[in-house]
Design a binder for this molecule. Sequence first.
Ligand code: B12
Ligand code: SF4
Ligand code: SF4
Length: 471
Amino acid sequence: MLENARGKSCLAKIQWPPAVRFLVPAFANEQQSQIRRTLHPGSVSHPSPNPPINPSGAPGAIIGPVRARALALETGFTEAGLVSLPYPDTERDAERFAGWIGAGRAATMRYLQRVAEDGRLIRARVQTPFPWARSAIVCFASYGSHSEPLSIDETVEHQDSLTGLADQPVHSTTQEEGPSFSASANSPHLSSKELNPRSGWIARYAWSSRVDPSGKRVASDYHKVLLKRLKALESRLHEEFGTFESRAYVDTGPVVERSLAVAAGLGWTGKNTCLIHPILGSFGFLAVLLTSLKSSPKRQTPEVPDRCGSCTRCIQACPTHALATPYQMDANRCIAYLTIEHKGPIDESLMPGIGRQVFGCDICQDVCPWNSKSRRSGPIVIDPDLSPRPELINPTLDWMASLDEQSFERLFNGSPVRRTGFNGLRRNIAIAMGNSGDSRFIQWLANLADAADEGLRSAARWALHRLRALG
Ligand code: B12
Ligand code: SF4
Ligand code: SF4
């Protein structure tokens, strides 16, 4: 049952595989919210100016955690919890959020820093943008896997695996000869045993794909996939509870999803700042349905205590020291921020730490023992709407560098990777090349040393300088 949904003893009570499947994040931004508002007019970031006819459902309607979880699992989520709003630690979390913003840790992500008319940060408390909200169903959608390689796997030179790749000049791929979407010989990727310094790393949340009705495999994005599920959950609740106010968000709403997830008993905040579920680990997306339905605080799912203990693996492993203060990430130094959210030139002092990450970063989660445990024993079910695309797992830098803008658009249309843009991805590839120590990349980098895009140009020059210095 949800009330006890933690620890192994409870696992026996959870049905695996769940009724539906599982999934990954891209990032909150106004643009995505706009798209979502267009696609799903119900999911707006402001409360409706017209009060709902019956703001909290049928008279006496009270939603409980068991029913909320059962419905969420029916719509395809891996786990779910219910939190009554405001929750007991609301003020503590609001202070943490304000402290994080005040310390400048949000970097250029201005949407996180917006303030309401009363001068308070909009995101700090759910009640600020949504005064009508009485409960939140917080859903977790796993995207972990047992078998795929890790970003931290040792990189070793395997000449055999590179035959036919290493000797090829880096060229521009035209649409005709470009990688077909399904894994093809033109989209070489390396398995875990073939990791080598010339492969890049795309964060696993962005590997996602699904098969469309015509049988073609196409890119998928967790935002869309999960929002659809939240909408289905919303409809089911309306059938049962009548009319009430609600908003569905996956990543892009003015809410701190991880705070709500902790309050909903889904897991604890790790020192890497991720929400860690005791069985499923941290490779899971969060999706939130805010409702005006009342729930009883007495029937709240209990919180999961912090299980990091004395472990500091994530802090030690973070190559750019973004986790210098445990539980507080400095986005200015985080590779996920730098390679996805940050536009323009990246500070040269951070480039060596970026290593081979070309989109996002999984390092502080790949080293986490709770994810190893989940991989070893966890009942991970691959979500058919978010299943990994082989060509994005450990792709060679050669192949990625060979993509022209058209191929980029075709390959990443509908994928979270599109967010970084063609030049953003090339900027990140240039940095990974500089870190590879492989002089074969010099020609490609030299071609971009005068690129119009400042971020790309500065990365190419830095990498060129570095590789030439190696002789
Ligand atoms: C902005 C953002 C980012 C930024 C900043 C990340 C950050 N740590 O704040 C960047 C671009 C760097 C980023 C990176 C990633 N992100 Co992001 N991101 C967001 C977003 C949009 C807002 C986060 C936010 O408000 N941050 C502000 C800080 C203050 O809040 P927080 O870290 O989320 O909250 C917790 C901690 O700060 C903690 N805390 C603060 N002070 C203290 C002090 C103590 C003592 C303690 C115990 C706790 C504590 O309390 C909060 C609740 O637990 C959320 C979606 C959303 N709307 O919430 C997704 C989200 C957090 N991202 C997500 C993901 C998956 C990622 C990446 C894994 C993607 C990748 N592979 O590259 C990385 C993970 C990096 C990491 N170690 O966190 C998921 C996280 C799922 C999970 N299981 O945790 C979310 C929830 C999106 C989603 N819908 O699934 N992200
Ligand atoms: S995502 Fe990467 S860069 Fe960011 S905190 Fe984790 S290990 Fe550090
Ligand atoms: S690596 Fe260790 S300290 Fe970091 S989140 Fe995992 S358990 Fe906690």
